[in-house]
Design a protein around this ligand. Sequence first.
Ligand code: 5GP
Ligand code: MN
Length: 350
Amino acid sequence: MHYFEPLSVVIDEKTVEEVQQLIESSQQILITAHLSPDGDALGASLGLYHYLKYKGKNVKLMVPNSFPYFLKWMSGAGDILVYEYNPKAAKTIFEHTDLIFSIDYNIPKRVGGMAPLLEKSDAKKVLIDHHLFPGNIYDVVISHPEISSTSELVFRLLYQADKYDEMDKTIAECLYCGMMTDTGGFTFNSNNPEIYLIISLLLRKGIDKDRIFSLVYNNLTEDRFRLLGFTLSQRMKVYPEFHTALIWLSLEDQKQFSYNKGDTEGFVNYPLSIKDIIFSAFIREDEDLVKISFRSQSTFPTNEFAGQFFNGGGHLNASGGEFYGTLNDAISLFENSIDLYAEKLINTPK
Ligand code: 5GP
Ligand code: MN
């Protein structure tokens, strides 16, 4: 009896073969993920990490900076090396590695201070990512912007290499977490029916998807929950004529709620709950820059907007950028920018 349609071949078969050969011929493997790693970056990296460990490889996983507490439950999270904490040790690791994986980012710039180490390394390099415009430093490129998470790509890589049987519950939990977080709990970028075939295959490994949801989304500290309430009631401006909403937080606001890294994760999605709002922005003052996140519904291209005005990029419906200046200047730039996009904003259906 057939329970599942087979998954379609997304990753080119030759590429799958090449990655397998590179893994086979490497002993020291380094997995890297992007700045401020999110659920997908960590889930995909840890899934691959556990698989390579199981294969007997000497594998390390390094990220540029720390990650939020609601992702620390994932098995192996405690092994993750944070570049910022020990750049000297990081340099030594880069010098003694045969193979580097770049997970969930497209270009070296996205690993911040680790970028020169990555670029200078003589190791073979494999990219596994779903952002547009993959960089040119790679020996093998698995780049699929049409796939909603890098974790799904890691699943597909193992599945296509006929390694489903070697996947255990731990690997499945990490990959599920990444698939879930990059689709907002399967509420956006999640209409590909094969996503649910994959979930089914992950459930067969014994994962508890309800528990994973709770660990990520029902795990807020009181401060974080109150900060969300404060942001929505005191720091939100709606531009009804542009179908746009903006939320912002100053450093002072964040201090008031004992802000910790990751505390505002997901905040930018909330204004999209408002009727007729198709574009949401979150401008957050940080120590030495202003960080901006964008989300949209349907066809409004936040990545184009982020690239044009905020030196950033990302996906159509989820992107981000940076601003060097004051919080107020960032807000003014945003307001001038939506003026320039008025026609598109007004004409995009929800
Ligand atoms: P978030 O809003 O969750 O920080 O980021 C959403 C997405 O936007 C990320 O997955 C990434 O693709 C993109 N992104 C965020 N910040 C930047 C940035 O500063 N530059 C670029 N190029 N992309 C970004
Ligand atoms: Mn991702």
